[in-house]
Ligand binder design. Sequence first.
Ligand code: SF4
Length: 358
Amino acid sequence: MKKQYIIPIFVPHLGCPNDCIFCNQKSISGQKKQMTKEEAKKIIDDYLTNTKPEAKQTEIAFFGGSFTAIDEKLQEELLQVAYEYIKENKVSSIRISTRPDCIDKKTLKRLKKYKVKTIELGVQSANDYILKRSNRGHNFEDVKKASKLIRRYGFILGHQMMIGLPESTKEDEINTAKQLIKLKPKIVRIYPVLVIKGTKLEQEYKEGIYKPLPLVKAIEICGQLVRMFADKKIEVIRVGLQSTEEISDPKNKESEVVAGPYHPALRQLVESSMWHEAILEKIKKLNVKVQEVEVTVNPMDVNNVIGHKKENIKNLKEYYDVDLIVKSDEKVKQGKSKIEITKLYKDFLEEKETIKSK
Ligand code: SF4
């Protein structure tokens, strides 16, 4: 897979008509001042000078806030800045993220004019009660309408969903994924809710009204969702907020995170737990007492199979008394594996049993 370069430009809270219970955009984006066209140009120039990415694989992304809700003049100015780099063949595309109720035909025509390629919608939940409870200010019907319109206009559709919103259950999260799959996004981001300083959620947390998801639970739910999307060939491009100075371990002084399932390597934890489950499933199906198993995967998957801090190796040994040997082979496709039982308890296998899996 070729590397994709993203030049992130954070447009914080500008013009956002809402005040979601969990949101303090300034903290989430790490951006404290308003974005201007001059600042955007500087960010792009700095990135291009320092990184020298291939234009074909480089994208300018307006993240944070609700891009299509900001003042039209500023929208045009920022898009114009980005578009100049496309014309000069220095970057290949633009992406924006916005709210579902800030999408209409006029807006989409504007985005088309500046060659925006991808539009990501902050969906968060498919349950209208949960959306209301989080003060999102839109319902799921808005998501459906916006998604259809975005696809009809030929943009790549992206969805962002959250898990662990107030009063949301695992069933709600799974149902949200099911409803999103029906709307055919190409990409998805999954964000477990973190309690951020200065938000209404922080107040609810302090009053004991809101209880954040424990990390283990968040990993389990994310794993289930990633699998659901992967089964439908929808790429999950992010799990968890990006770690920054502000979004870091709540124990750090500078951290804006008060509580919640924060982990700097959340994606790896999720992928590792999925591999752990897949390996166990295969072993259990064999109906024999396995002592040692050899798993061969693509080099890109080796770390996830081993697990964060070798957790999968340790867990298989501790709970199932199985030794896990991990091998890499470029011929194995990413996400696939070959599992070989190399030792059984009592008697050793005379012939190696090979199972194609995952
Ligand atoms: S819509 Fe987005 S930017 Fe606005 S308050 Fe909600 S999460 Fe924050």
